[in-house]
Design a binder for this molecule. Structure first.
Ligand SMILES: Cc1cc2nc3c(=O)[nH]c(=O)nc-3n(C[C@H](O)[C@H](O)[C@H](O)COP(=O)(O)O)c2cc1C
Length: 181
């Protein structure tokens, strides 16, 4: 992976590999889990007439028939009630050119997050980030509370996929995919 903007990166991960860490060491567990590269999405919902959006890397496929996806929401998230009460969510898979948007949708008020952002509307009426490489418009199917997160299973009602390279997130860095040697 070629890396873009960095958040925090230390050589602790290499050290942990040698030393071995107890699974309850949160910092090192987070670092170890961060070795698993993912895509990056912005998940939106609507609740009581307001739009909500947040960056999410835990999005994943679950089932083709029925069409199910999931993502994990940290319970400490200020928008938790909106995601649990909104009845559904829309996932925009970010493109390789949208690393700044990934940081933008991880902080600030909801009004600030949507200000000056180019958007479109999904069939549900929820927001799609314009120029994303794919989107999935989902009804909320099931919520599984798991530790300090909620797993939100969604039933895909509509989706679209475009050309273009997706954004990759690994070890707290954004990047793009390079063919393996
Ligand atoms: C690359 C990246 C991936 C993230 N993935 C998730 C995720 O999968 N689940 C989650 O709950 N938060 C995730 N976050 C953090 C949330 O975006 C952030 O906590 C949230 O937007 C804060 O919203 P609040 O101010 O309403 O609490 C991620 C942040 C970044 C930068």
């Amino acid at each position: 992976m070629s890396s873009g903007s960095a958040m925090e990166h230390t050589d602790q991960a290499e050290h942990n590999q040698q030393a071995g860490q107890p699974a309850n060491d949160q910092r090192s567990l987070r670092q170890a889990l961060g070795c698993f590269a993912t895509g990056v999405t912005v998940v939106t919902t609507q609740f009581e007439g307001q739009d909500y959006g947040m960056t999410c890397s835990s999005f994943n496929a679950v089932s083709l028939d029925p069409a199910l996806v999931l993502w994990s929401l940290q319970q400490a998230c200020g928008s938790r009630d909106a995601y649990l009460g909104g009845g559904g969510y829309t996932v925009s898979v970010l493109s390789a050119k949208q690393a700044a948007l990934a940081m933008h949708f991880a902080r600030g008020s909801q009004e600030e997050r949507f200000a000056a952002i180019a958007t479109e509307q999904a069939p549900s009426g929820r927001i799609i980030v314009r120029d994303c490489v794919a989107w999935f418009d989902c009804d909320l199917h099931q919520v599984v509370t798991a530790g300090d997160h909620d797993i939100l299973l969604g039933n895909v009602q509509a989706y679209e996929c475009a050309q273009g390279e997706g954004l990759i997130f690994e070890r707290s860095r954004f990047g793009t995919l390079k063919a393996a040697a």
